[in-house]
Design a protein. Structure first.
Length: 422
């Protein structure tokens, strides 16, 4: 739901921006197109008038008379001001409508145009008139001898037509942006759902791989079956009680479940020995830490488990193994797990011992405060230890698996916004 809301919000904002931009661009293009269409017709009329009156290229009276005929023919229908200039920019003839007389003094001055092609400029006077000023070069035998300047005050009816046309074009452009948004939104939701399903399927496959590796350990060490579920659940409960970062819970659960994966490399004669291990055998047993780290190397999804696999036998006072880390140099997930692991080992029945009572197990944890365990975490654990003991320490393997599956569902398949990844 969060993704849908966020996607909708972003699409609406984007569509609003695009529609405004598209509307503005469409309006500008439509106005410019209408201007050019009007100007092009006026330019054609100007060339037609010059050709019709066969203007002689001279400075005599006939030249001026013909020029005046040309300018007179162009006002009213095409221009409000029509002016004919020679090559030097000297005015030869001029014709004006009453409207042209009214606005002539307000027109800005311009330099003599030198372009060999017709051009125009669009102006808005302070008095509100919209002006189209056209410059038409005049040639005879490819020799330029002057130009015609035409000024048209766009009448209200034409302004309204241009405005209505431009508005219609801009509305269509803006509506297209919203139409695209309406089409794209459900498509994005569909693709996101597909992606979520694929992501969930990959996570399920990875979790199945985790469980398979755990079962493999179980086949080697009968003590490890329900133990993996219990310690992972205990560690996650302690992490929640201590305010652990939810984003780190996946790594905590993964590392807790696979903490003893390196025991696969330990021979049965040592791993399954019912009595106490000799010093040499204990040294070999300790290698399961490095073996476990080596086993997960190169598997990106399992790399988050490394801190626990590598450091779950380290102790707060630095007397642990393999790196003799101490205090907060021990990864937090490993410090959390150490309490869960020892507590479960104390409360569980093993081939070489009977389970300890809750009181005895808890007292050993408390005695290890500041020595084996993080003192702050021990205090957090003390508050919830009885509830944890009653819930899981005497539960069968299926119950332990169910409790662990609930944690996996919570932290592996629910995103940071509370949406379920299924």
């Amino acid at each position: 739901m969060h993704f849908a809301r966020e996607a909708l919000k972003r699409i609406v904002v984007s569509s609003l921006f695009i529609s405004v931009l598209a509307g503005y661009v469409a309006w500008t293009i439509a106005v410019e197109s209408a201007e050019k269409e009007t100007v092009n017709l006026a330019i054609e009329a100007s060339y037609g008038a010059v050709e019709h009156f066969q203007l002689p290229v001279s400075n005599d009276a006939e030249f001026k008379q013909k020029g005046l005929q040309i300018t007179n023919s162009l006002i009213l229908d095409w221009f409000d001001i029509a002016e004919l200039y020679d090559r030097s920019g000297k005015k030869i003839a001029e014709s004006l409508t009453p409207t042209g007389h009214a606005i002539e003094s307000a027109l800005p001055h311009h330099v003599t145009p030198t372009n060999n092609t017709a051009s125009y400029e669009s102006l808005h006077l302070k008095s509100g008139e919209w002006i189209l000023r056209t410059f038409v070069p005049l040639e005879t035998n490819n020799q330029r001898w002057g130009y015609l300047e035409g000024v048209r005050v766009v009448p209200d009816w034409q302004r309204n037509d241009i405005r209505d046309f431009s508005l219609w074009v801009s509305v269509i452009a803006a509506s297209s942006a919203w139409l695209c948004a309406i089409i794209i939104y459900p498509l994005i939701l569909f693709l996101n759902k597909q992606n979520v399903r694929y992501t969930a399927a990959m996570k399920t496959a990875n979790i199945d791989m985790m469980f398979t590796m755990g079962k493999t350990i179980t086949l080697r060490d009968c003590d490890t079956g329900a133990h993996n579920y219990r310690v992972a659940w205990l560690a996650s409960e302690l992490a929640e009680e201590s305010g652990h970062d939810p984003k780190a819970m996946k790594a905590l659960i993964l590392g807790s479940y696979l903490h003893d994966v390196g025991k696969i490399a330990i021979s049965d004669s040592i791993l399954l020995k019912p009595g106490k291990l000799s010093e040499n055998e204990m040294d070999i047993m300790k290698t399961h830490v490095n073996e476990g780290v080596r086993m997960i190397e190169g598997i990106p999804w399992l790399e988050d488990a490394k801190p626990i696999i590598e450091s779950h036998h380290e102790k707060w006072d630095g007397s642990g193994y393999p790196n003799r880390l101490s205090g907060e140099t021990i990864p937090l997930n490993a410090r959390i797990f150490a309490i869960a692991d020892v507590f479960d080992a104390l409360c569980a029945k093993r081939p070489y011992k009977e389970p300890f009572s809750f009181e005895k197990a808890l007292s050993i944890i408390v005695e290890g405060k500041g020595l084996h365990f993080d003192p702050t975490l021990v205090e957090h654990f003390h508050r919830i230890a009885k509830r944890l003991y009653d819930t899981i320490c005497m539960a069968d393997e299926e119950t332990c698996r169910r409790l662990m599956s609930a944690k996996i569902e919570q932290y592996f398949f629910i995103d940071n916004h509370g949406d379920t990844l299924h």
